[in-house]
Design a protein. Structure first.
Length: 198
């Protein structure tokens, strides 16, 4: 039996959780209709919430539960999961750039079929322990929807199938940049291309 509590943003020690697991879902009374971002209209910026992990961590289950509590929603809003595990952090004292989830070893499923602009941008950037990418079933893409999604995933050994045939500008831009362990590229079935799509 899972007892749901409102998450307050505090650190969760998995050793304190049942079976060393923690579950997240959207509030049934208040679905996360916009995903994990907040637009600052006065300054033209987008702020995103993200997971930060320490130690070996596996993510699993259907990511859509973070948008609404039944997991049946099949779209992702603009910036919905941007930087969710791959937030770049800059240390002004040392001048070093790090990423939020270098210890992430597995990814959740991403079943959405309707994507919006920037919805998965940099979602797993810098996840250097991730070896396998989740399936990406959407066939119609949006601007920068997969941009930088797995950049700097240096342990990624296989790429997901990319079945999309309707592309958008920059939809796959730099998706696998610096994935130094990849040995095979995915098939690219689209015959009509868009600016910077691949």
């Amino acid at each position: 039996m899972v007892t749901w509590e409102t998450y307050d943003g505090s650190i969760v020690e998995l050793d304190d959780c049942m079976d060393n697991r923690v579950y997240f879902r959207a509030d049934p009374e208040n679905p996360n209709t916009d995903g994990f971002h907040k637009e600052d209209y006065d300054h033209g910026e987008v702020w995103t919430h993200y997971f930060k992990t320490d130690g070996s961590v596996k993510a699993g289950g259907n990511i859509q539960f973070l948008l609404e509590s039944t997991g049946t929603r099949m779209d992702v809003p603009a910036y919905g999961f941007a930087y969710l595990f791959g937030k770049e952090e800059y240390d002004e004292e040392t001048g070093e750039t790090t990423y939020s989830c270098t210890s992430l070893t597995s990814a959740p499923t991403l079943p959405a079929m309707t994507l919006a602009d920037f919805c998965y941008i940099s979602m797993f950037s810098g996840c250097t322990s991730l070896t396998t990418a989740p399936s990406l079933p959407a066939t119609t893409l949006a601007v920068y929807c997969y941009g930088n999604m797995f950049s700097n995933c240096t342990s990624l050994t296989s790429a997901p199938a990319l079945p999309a045939t309707t592309l958008a500008n920059s939809c796959y831009n730099s998706m696998f940049s610096i994935c130094t362990s990849l040995t095979t590229a995915p098939v690219l079935p689209a015959t009509t291309l868009a600016d910077y799509c691949y």
